[in-house]
Design a protein around this ligand. Sequence first.
Ligand code: MGD
Ligand code: MGD
Ligand code: SF4
Ligand code: MO
Length: 748
Amino acid sequence: MIFGRTHRKPISIPAKEVKEWKYTTCNYCSTGCAIEIGLNDKGKIVTSRGHAGADVNRGKLCIKGLLEHELFDSPGRGTMPLMREKAHLPFQPTSWDAAMDKTAEKIKEIQAKYGRDSFAVVSTGQLLTEEFYTLGKLVRGQIGTNNYDGNTTLCMASAVSGYKRSFGSDGPPGCYGDFEHTHCLMAFGSNLPEQHPIIYWRLKEALEKRKFPLIVVDPRVTMLAQFADIHLAITPGTDTVLINAMMHVIFKENLQDDEYIGKYTQGIDELRALVADYDPKTAQHVCGIDEDRIRTVARIYAKAPKAMSIWTMGINQSTHGSDGVVDINNLNLITGNIGTPGGTSLSITGQCNAMGTREWSSCSGLPGYRALEKEKDRKLVADFWGIDESFFPEKRGLAQTDIFPAIETGEIKGLWLIATNPMTSMANQPRIIKAMENLEFLVVQDVYEDVETNKYSHVYFPAAVWAEKEGCHTNTERRVNLTRNVLAPYADSKPDFWVFNEMSKRFEERNKIHFPATPEGAFEEMKILSKGAGRTLDISGMSYDRIEAARGIQWPYSEAQADIDTQKIGLSDPFEMQLRMPFDGNQRLYTDGVFQTPTGKANLIPVRFVNNNECPDAEYPFWLNSGRVVEHFHTRTRTGKIGNCNKFSPTPYMEMNPDSAEELGIEHQSYVRVVSRRGDAIVMVQLTHRVGRDMLFIPFHFHDCVNRLTLGLLDPHSRQPAFKQNACRVEKTDQQEAARLNLERRAF
Ligand SMILES: Nc1nc2c(c(=O)[nH]1)N[C@H]1C(S)=C(S)[C@@H](COP(=O)(O)OP(=O)(O)OC[C@H]3O[C@@H](n4cnc5c(=O)[nH]c(N)nc54)[C@H](O)[C@@H]3O)O[C@H]1N2
Ligand SMILES: Nc1nc2c(c(=O)[nH]1)N[C@H]1C(S)=C(S)[C@@H](COP(=O)(O)OP(=O)(O)OC[C@H]3O[C@@H](n4cnc5c(=O)[nH]c(N)nc54)[C@H](O)[C@@H]3O)O[C@H]1N2
Ligand code: SF4
Ligand SMILES: [Mo]
């Protein structure tokens, strides 16, 4: 028998005849990869690819981005508006006019009866920035409810809050390019290879060129932890203890950057006094990291010529989320690692446009990082929109996580949900069901008609998705990038932008405001609002063509900067420029050491650790941790429908340590019942050493699963829930019954 090449058929890739490539930006995670969608001569989408010239992804895409073009005609998409008198009754198809009239009428009726704030609006981090700006105008300028927030409270609220406390303003100060310059990277509760695969690829490229230590802080042995030089398997919820102890060592051994501290920060005495209490010997018993390890890591970090920290949900989703961010900033400030190549505090953002909503949606404030609490800001925006300043409240209303309890108590009677699925994504699902059933009126605006939350709605608006629309996203490193409109919206679904514009016509009697007819018109308006001396969030030098030509531009990018770039290249046609040089906005913030605080100095804020978690005990002996897998996005409304994503992770499962399973007589791949003080869930066990003996991990993508169990205690500053620190126990269960239940729950 002959083995070998001669008898093998060569792999052939079927030719896809692409006539035209259209420019878009990925609509899943915040990495912000540029994707080109390929259309054949009949205008049909046949393929897609990463844009080779885009600085972010340099031709690469992860599994979700590669298959994203398959979602346009995926099952369950909303085809027409729907209405019904009562939740759970059958829906009746209706026209857009009728659905909108009904919604506007109900909003007005509820507001007239119970007050303006009794109707709440909850949006997302997944619309286009122009849509966020338009929604903000509608809600703040016309509907006039103060209970307006986004699902970003589940996601980035702690990062926002921590940045504001330390630096006086939101805005991640670093960029992916920092990997090329750093001498030490510390990652807190962030699993890049699965959650931001292309950021991870950028990090790996940098590491291959020039080795530097990678330190991962995560209670679980994640894929990133497996690649780390040092893995610190921290006790959940205790990161601030570790960081305080590191600072203790740094001060004790005189490794801090006194010059930076003296020139650019305030509060050093208070910080020093606090961390004096956090000697590693004591701290190790709280955070679970050996005292010598703490010293080693502190020395590596402080002695590195440049060091940087990144973090994601392991920090943000905790009762000390905002404090965790502040403490990471403290560590970087005292070592002089802010605003310098390779030295930064870089929050890794979650959703594709969580940054855009922070910047422009007016959730929790006013557009362009302006605050309701500041008279000057209220006046500026009111004048710009042409309304009376007194229409704005003088402080922000309820956060998303406080809106649901306010529905339960009857303070809020009506709700408009836009691109978020709280029935699956919110902690303590039994309470969310109660809240939903308490609503007099719920309108759900989503791409998918079969989204779980739609079970409770009175009106459903079918939304267009991703490249069925046009507009911008801002990614983790403040890069504004564009999605071109590639195809028409599916069936009778409509772009969210159109829905907000149409709805605004029904509120003109309150305030008549100009709403530009196109997303590009809205972008031009935002540019004007973004100008201002000393403000970081300046996008006035950008335009759709220039963004596409540069394949994304980082803010700040002022008109003056745009003029310089134009002169430098000597051409004014952006497509000609593209051949010559990519534009580059400012890669980093605070390079001059001037912060957005009243004194211009960064705040060093002492953070005292208080153990307020729901910790394991005799009755509920396990930590319940939750998070994500690479092939699914959130509540699977999209990736659950894309066969090539779903097939790799079709079943809800739970990671459990083999030793603790043996003690309880639980077998690999058997079903178990997991019980917490809130409820129970049936899951299949995967035995693995990824988790320690006292921990369980369940991906949160599946409905009727981990969020039936979570408590979600709130961070006092950011109101973000502690999704990752809960207590539970594991019980054996009848296998046949469990299999049936799992089928019923759309698990396969
Ligand atoms: N494939 C995929 N990618 C995504 C998403 C997705 O759904 N799927 N979602 C996007 C969004 S919106 C977000 S927010 C990001 C989330 O991105 P990540 O935060 O990286 O992902 P998670 O799995 O939620 O959590 C990360 C880690 O936090 C750890 N952790 C738990 N408790 C603690 C703790 O107390 N301290 C520390 N240091 N770590 C802890 C967990 O063990 C987990 O490994 O991903 C984005 N990218
Ligand atoms: N236990 C646990 N729970 C968690 C987390 C965790 O780690 N553990 N993570 C939390 C985090 S960080 C996040 S960000 C949240 C996410 O929570 P959600 O935002 O509730 O989850 P998604 O599935 O992303 O919901 C977005 C919805 O918007 C729809 N959609 C997509 N694009 C568009 C569009 O263009 N227009 C409209 N109108 N609709 C659109 C989708 O179909 C989907 O139904 O979950 C949180 N929940
Ligand atoms: S890394 Fe994120 S932005 Fe890039 S293709 Fe994957 S999901 Fe999309
Ligand atoms: Mo998120």
